[in-house]
Design a protein around this ligand. Structure first.
Ligand SMILES: [Mg+2]
Length: 107
């Protein structure tokens, strides 16, 4: 029986070693696609929110794997930059979300 792996670097290292780098990229793409499809189905009441939670868990695990592979510090710095941008956007006035086209303005 395999030893239970602790979450974090040890688990990510073992996963990468067993299946390789390319498989991690493919798995991340697949899990994101499943979440996308599930959200579309949820909007049409075809699946319950338990399915969303399940797919979010899959994507979260893959984000953890890729973050570990690309460097947690780098990802953390990028998150900080994006949060700062978001804070600045929240301070700006809201503009029309869908500005009228020229044809719509003329009618
Ligand atoms: Mg999935």
């Amino acid at each position: 029986m395999a030893a239970k792996l602790k979450p974090g670097a040890e688990l990510y290292r073992a996963t990468l070693e067993k299946w390789g780098e390319e498989a991690q990229y493919d798995q991340a793409v697949e899990e994101c696609a499943e979440l996308i499809a599930c959200l579309k189905h949820f909007k049409r009441n075809k699946v319950g929110d338990d399915r969303i939670v399940d797919e979010l868990a899959d994507v979260t695990l893959m984000v953890g794997q890729l973050t570990w592979m690309f460097g947690p510090d780098r990802v953390e710095q990028a998150i900080e930059r994006k949060l700062e941008k978001l804070r600045n956007l929240l301070d700006e006035p809201v503009l029309d979300e869908y500005p009228l086209s020229k044809e719509e303005e003329e009618t």
